[in-house]
Design a protein around this ligand. Structure first.
Ligand code: NI
Length: 155
């Protein structure tokens, strides 16, 4: 099953999502495969649970060797250096633009089995991690736009 994407200005996208107390809870475990399928269906490179109407701290990333699920992710360190890159978002259809992100971030989270995991991301991976973690804090990339690029085309 795939899920409907919530789009801006739905207020759920602006809420600080709740910490997941039990990563192994049935509702969390049931949501994970659906979130991943929805991400692939819509060709997203990342997705956050609030984007499917669930205000919990769960994100999935589409990375080159598969997908990565992170529960309660948080950035524990980041490079001083930032770089500009183009972003879009499934919840803000048709809008693309340049956003400044830290070039490198270190993220601590729980994996889908509830075990502690650390991810170090650079470049695009760092960008997607920052974009998705913003989602669970109620922040959209359009809040940080430096300039709009194209409209109505997905990247
Ligand atoms: Ni997004």
């Amino acid at each position: 099953m795939t899920l409907n994407i919530v789009t801006d200005p739905n207020p759920i996208l602006r809420k600080k999502a709740a910490l997941i107390k039990d990563p192994l809870a049935i509702d969390v475990q049931a949501l994970i495969p659906e979130l991943i399928k929805t991400m692939y269906r819509d060709k997203g490179i990342g997705i956050a649970a609030p984007q499917v109407g669930k205000s919990i701290r769960l994100i999935a990333l589409n990375i080159k060797d598969g997908h990565l699920v992170l529960i309660n992710p948080r950035i524990v360190s980041k490079s001083i250096r930032k770089e500009l890159g183009e972003e879009g978002c499934l919840s803000v259809p048709g809008v693309f633009g340049m956003v400044k992100r830290h070039r490198k971030v270190k993220v601590e989270a729980l994996d889908k089995e509830g075990k502690k995991t650390t991810i170090i991301g650079e470049g695009l991976l760092a960008r997607v991690l920052q974009h998705e973690i913003d989602h669970i804090n109620g922040i959209l990339f359009t809040d940080k736009l430096v300039s709009k690029t194209r409209e109505n085309k997905r990247y």
